[in-house]
Design a protein around this ligand. Sequence first.
Ligand code: PMP
Length: 440
Amino acid sequence: MSNEALRQELVELDKKYFIHPTSSLQDQQANGPAIIFDKAEGVHVWDLNGKKYLEGMASLWNVNIGYGRKELAEVAKEQLEKCGYVSSFTGFSNEPAIRLAAKVAEMTPGDLNGVFFTSGGSESNDSAYKLVRHYWKVKGKPEKTKIVARKRAYHGVASGSTSATGIESFHDFTTSLAPGFVHVDPDSPEAFRKLIEEEGADTIAAFLTEPIQGAGGVNLPKEGYLQEIRKICDENDILFIADEVINGFGRTGKMFACEHYDIVPDVLLLAKGISSGYVQLGAVVLREKLHKELIELSPGVLMHGFTYSGHPTACAVGLKNIEIMENENMVENSRVMGDLLAEKLTELQKETDIVGEVRHLGLLGAVEIVKNQETGERFAEKVTPKIVAAARERGLILRNVVYWEKDTIVYSPPLCMTEEDVNEFASILKEAVLEVQKSL
Ligand code: PMP
C-alpha cells in the first residue's frame, strides 16, 4: 500500500472510531486528524508522509529525554518477558517498583521519601487529595478537607483534578464539579491569608500548586511567592502540595522546580518526565513525617490503589529513563539550552514588531504576542493560533494559550536539545511570526 493510500485509510478510520482527547470533534470530522505521527528520534517526529517536525512541546511537555531511545525499548521487552505485570495490592511487590520508589525518594528534595505510584498526573492529583484528607481524618481533624488551588492552574481531568484546575473552560465542560475545592488569586499570598481567615484553617487540608504553572501559560511565581505560601501553610497547619507533573525531572533546569525556591513540599506530584512518556507512570511522594504518621495512625487497609500502581514494566522503564537523564546530564543541558533558546527568542523582540515578553526557566518557556511592544497591548483577535499553524507548516510544533486575556505561545522541547536544534527552533519561529505579522 502506498503511503498516501495508508494515510487515507487511517484518516477514515480515525474519523469514524477514534475520539481524541482535548480535541475538536467537529474539526476532526471536517479535516481528519491534524497529524498522524509515524516515527520519532531525538527532538524530531515524522508524519506518515515523511514530513519532519521539531517537537517544541516534547509532545505534552513529557518526552524529556527525547524520542527513540532504544534502551527503554530493551528494558521494557526484558521486563515484559520476565514478569510484565503483577499486582501491588495486598502487600504484593516487585523489584522495579521497589527500586524506582527508592530512586525517587533519593532524588527528590528533603525528606520526601514515601512513594505511591499512579499511571499519570490526574491520578497523582486525585490520589494526593484523598491521601491528605485521609491523613487529617486519622489525625483527628476530619473537618480539614478543603484543597486550595490557584486560578490559572491545571491539575488534570479526573473528578478531583478537574475541580482543582483553575481554568474555567475545563469547568464549563461538565455540569458537576467535586466539592471541597477553592481557588485563590494566583499571585498574592495575602489572598491566601484572607481565605484562611474566611474559611478557617481548621477546614483546609492543603494548598495545591504547580511551582511554575504550565498549561495556564507558563506563569513563573512572583519573587518570594512560594516561600511565603510555604510559611503560611506551616503557620496554619495546612499541607503544601507541589504539582510537578510538568516541572519535574529537569524541565526547569533543576531536577525539581521546588529546588529553585528552596522549598520542600509535604506532598510532591509527579508524572510525565518520570518515564518521558514512553509508558504511563506517575507518583505521589510524601514527606517522611507524613508517611510515618500514616503508618502509625492507619491500622487498616489503605483503601486507595490503582490496578497499575507499581506496574513493573512501567517502573523498569521509569528507572532506565532517570538513569539516562542523569548519565547524560540532561538537567544541566535543560538549563544551558533553555537560556540559549530564550536569548534567541528575546532577539525576536527586535526582529519583529509583535513579540512581547519572553520568559522561561530551563526548557519551559513562553512568548507573548502583542500589538504594542512598549505597552504590551494585545490584538483584539488572538494571533497565536495563526503563528502556531505557520510554525507547524514549517516543521515546528508549538502550542498556544488563549485563555483570559492571554495570547501566548508556550514551549517545552525535549531536554536533549542541541545548539543546532535551538537554532532550528528559533529560526522557524521567526519566519512564522514574520509571515503572520505581514498579514495583520
Ligand atoms: N498536573 C499538571 C501540572 C499537568 O500539566 C498535567 C497534564 N498536563 C496533569 C496534572 C494531568 O496529567 P495527566 O494528563 O497525565 O493525567
